[in-house]
Design a protein. Sequence first.
Length: 259
Amino acid sequence: MFKSLFGKKTPKAPPSTGGRRVYAVGDIHGRHDLLVALLREIATDVSAEPPDAQPLLVFLGDYVDRGPGSCQVVETILALRSESAFEVRTLKGNHEEALLRFLDEPAFGSTWAEHGGNATLASYGVQPPATRTDPEAWAVARAAFGEALPGAHRTFYDALDLITEVGDYAFVHAGVRPGVPLAHQTERDLLWIRGEFLQAPGPFGKVIVHGHTPMEEPQVTPHRLGLDTGAYATGVLTAARLDDGGHKIIQARVGRAAA
Ligand SMILES: [Mn+2]
């Protein structure tokens, strides 16, 4: 008896979601095909082990750009929100920030285009300028995009959250600045931070669930879960199921994007 107690560590309980089942989804980047496949995997998981209460679906941002189906991705998320299978929370990524900036400042289109914005325009049926550096062409594209963008999509982009918390977890797009309380994080850090966060050992106040920096495998440490597996390029879209028993990675694979 004495011996078994000696030097034995109390097993550490996993972080708590307060009893809630949560599914967090990484960066989609216009890969509507992968989103549909991943939602099927999540639905299968819900059926196999039904949660006690309505599960929460958290999207970590970067819905648009690069892949061909940005408009369809937003359409699918809006449809999920109108159904009752999940509570849906949607975070803002730096690519949604770029889309909104383009709406305010058409000349920004030349920068947005370097990060995959033309694919987003095309998904809304808008012809991107033939010459990336022509400001007049961007003004024309901005006007066409304003016409093509459904009101529900504009509201979706405008209303995205910067952070959402569930129990011991905080969900953000990119990460948090180490040493700064969660309530005092800046929008810039939440949408953009990489090295200073990724290289920090933590803790960060809560377990941070994030996307933004693509990695071949999901990143799991005691203090953060990184779920961006570069869906656009790799054909792998990653989610994490979280509950009081810990986490489980759920992925969809559809093969590489056409060049
Ligand atoms: Mn990002």
